[in-house]
Design a protein around this ligand. Structure first.
Ligand SMILES: O=C(CO)COP(=O)(O)O
Length: 248
């Protein structure tokens, strides 16, 4: 049984006091949900949010990390540091990091291994540009991203990993992939996991959709057979919208 996961990716938004206010506003209203509720915050908010979510069903995620435990990497944050802050999940390979910060399939793979070493569950992002979709490359490209991200990951760790299929053309554009397009891509991703790991593991991994998810389209997305959740940017910043998303 795959428990659906709705994760809010705050990207580079909110100060510590705004974050704490947000949690205060939503914490009672998300209690009754059957989905896993996750907030992916900037590093500076991890500690205040960790304190604010005590005793709630809200879980904490980072948005990135380095793959080494420590070292001379000015400006970076390690999985060891995140673990001590109570971080359960970490987004790895978001398209914005691939685009603006030189994230590659190789660094994604290193980070996946580092996260698993520290029992942090990776949320691995994959997805294609509009140009790639229009030239029919979606399946090959996404398959390649998945295969590389999972290189060397043993089958008994796969169920801890979440994949987020985020078509780049649907991020922050108000343009959602149709629920059929999203479901098809996610079905294909699960088939890649089947090819890599076989029958037992492929049914366990959770695969989310991300890209302009809002309260008014969440239900249709979540009703798709293969979609196990959503990774939400813009709409996760507003308390009422986020509450509506997790109680869809
Ligand atoms: O990138 C996303 C989540 O990681 C999606 O962002 P939006 O929901 O703002 O389109």
């Amino acid at each position: 049984m795959r428990i659906p996961i709705i994760a809010g990716n705050w990207k580079m938004h909110k100060t510590a006091s705004e974050a704490v206010q947000f949690v205060e506003r939503i914490k009672e209203q998300v209690k009754g949900t059957d989905v896993e509720v996750v907030l992916c915050t900037p590093y500076t908010l991890l500690y205040p949010v960790k304190e604010a979510i005590k005793g709630t069903n809200i879980k904490l995620s980072a948005q990135n990390m380095h793959w080494e435990d420590q070292g001379a990497y000015t400006g970076e944050v390690s999985p060891l540091m995140l673990k001590e802050l109570g971080v359960e999940y970490c987004i790895i390979g978001h398209s914005e990091r691939r685009l603006y910060f030189n994230e590659t399939d190789e660094t994604v793979n290193k980070k996946v291994h580092a996260a698993l070493k520290h029992n942090i569950k990776p949320i691995i992002c994959v997805g294609e540009t509009l140009e790639q979709r229009e030239s029919g490359q979606t399946n090959t490209l996404v398959k390649n991203q998945v295969v590389k991200a999972f290189e060397g990951v043993p089958g008994d760790r796969v169920a801890e990993i979440v994949i987020a299929y985020e078509p780049i053309w649907a991020i922050g554009t108000g343009k959602t992939a149709t629920s059929e397009q999203a479901n098809e891509a996610i079905y294909n991703i699960r088939e890649v996991i089947r090819e890599l790991y076989g029958e037992e593991v492929y049914t366990e991994i959770r695969i989310q959709y991300g890209g302009s998810v809002k309260p008014d389209n969440i239900e249709e997305i979540m009703n798709q057979e293969d979609i196990d959740g959503a990774l939400v940017g813009g709409a996760s910043l507003k308390p009422d919208d986020y509450v509506a998303l997790v109680n869809f």
